[in-house]
Write a protein that binds this ligand. Structure first.
Ligand SMILES: NC(=O)c1ccc[n+]([C@@H]2O[C@H](COP(=O)([O-])OP(=O)(O)OC[C@H]3O[C@@H](n4cnc5c(N)ncnc54)[C@H](OP(=O)(O)O)[C@@H]3O)[C@@H](O)[C@H]2O)c1
Length: 273
């Protein structure tokens, strides 16, 4: 379906509203994840100066943060929110036959793999806010940041395997995916849960059943109400969006190259001003 306009996340100023829209007006500063996942194959159209978005997907931008931070938030924050706090919809789950159901996190031990990335660094902060003891797994360069964001323990996966370092945890959230996700089953206690943000290729369902571990995934969905709720945490500084780098919109391909090299800390943002 070419040509298509990439991108899902926006933060900006309302230029016009539809006739039946209440709750937003011209001039409001807002942020949103645009038409996801419905438009994932057609292009959600966020890499643009002007974006059309359903009012139900929009929230007022937290006044305490800039558009750069707010523009980095929607997909990663909604993913952390819908995995860890509230699913918020009953759309069919493309990854499994049952709906994803977040477990209570208060006083739970939670391992977050990929903790330096977009989803991971927000998951660390959301889990802390929910009262969990958080063990962050990432390469060493992210340790100082993740401790500052609230991680109670840090594991550098380039020198230490998570299975060797911790056991009997309540929840592992893997925000990386790829080969050998099954290893996380050995980190969990009986009755624990493994959340796979990118579940493709996971083959440990039989072992999980033997260990009475719930393996669950979901696909993030646009949700303005969730952004408004999570936005309060951004506003009062309970959580923050870490910016890896900012590129002008015209240099989007350089931003994609930066992303393809990995080792991202937080979010890459495109700026139109
Ligand atoms: N289910 C959904 O709806 C949904 C929504 C959003 C994203 N996703 C998926 O979730 C994944 C993460 O997305 P993202 O936007 O957070 O990506 P990202 O910002 O690129 O972060 C990925 C992080 O993983 C770390 N990493 C790479 N290899 C690792 C390894 N072997 N062990 C531990 N950490 C490793 C990288 O940093 P270091 O190597 O420097 O530590 C990087 O910080 C992607 O696969 C994405 O497609 C799914």
């Amino acid at each position: 379906v070419f040509p298509l306009i990439l991108g899902t996340d926006v933060s900006g100023v309302v230029a016009a509203v539809g006739e039946d829209v209440s709750g937003f007006k011209v001039g409001d500063e807002v942020f949103a994840m645009v038409r996801f996942p419905e438009y994932v194959m057609k292009g959600s159209g966020a890499y643009a100066e002007y974006v059309r978005v359903s009012a139900s997907e929009v929230a007022i931008k937290p006044s305490g943060i800039e558009h750069i931070q707010a523009g980095g938030a929607p997909m990663s924050l909604l993913t952390a929110w819908q995995f860890l706090v509230e699913l918020g919809h009953d759309a069919p789950n493309p990854f499994q036959s049952f709906p994803h159901a977040p477990i209570p996190l208060d006083r739970k031990i939670v391992v977050i793999n990929g903790a330096g990335g977009g989803v991971g660094h927000l998951a660390v902060q959301v889990a802390k806010w929910k009262g969990a003891r958080v063990i962050a797994v990432a390469s060493g360069k992210h340790e100082a940041l993740l401790r500052e964001l609230g991680a109670d323990q840090f594991i550098d996966y380039t020198t230490t395997s998570v299975e060797a370092a911790v056991q009997d945890v309540d929840l592992v959230i893997d925000a990386v995916g790829g080969p050998n996700m099954e290893r996380f089953l050995r980190v969990l206690k009986r009755g624990g849960a493994l959340y796979l943000v990118n579940p493709l290729g996971f083959s440990g369902h039989e072992e999980a059943a033997r260990r009475e571990i719930t393996v669950s995934s979901t696909q993030v969905r646009s949700n303005g109400a969730h952004l408004a709720e999570a936005g309060r945490l951004l506003d009062d500084g309970t959580i923050r969006v870490v910016i890896d780098s900012v590129y002008p919109l015209a240099e989007a391909s350089a931003a994609h190259q930066r992303a393809s090299h990995g080792r991202i800390q937080g979010k890459i943002v495109l700026s139109v001003v």
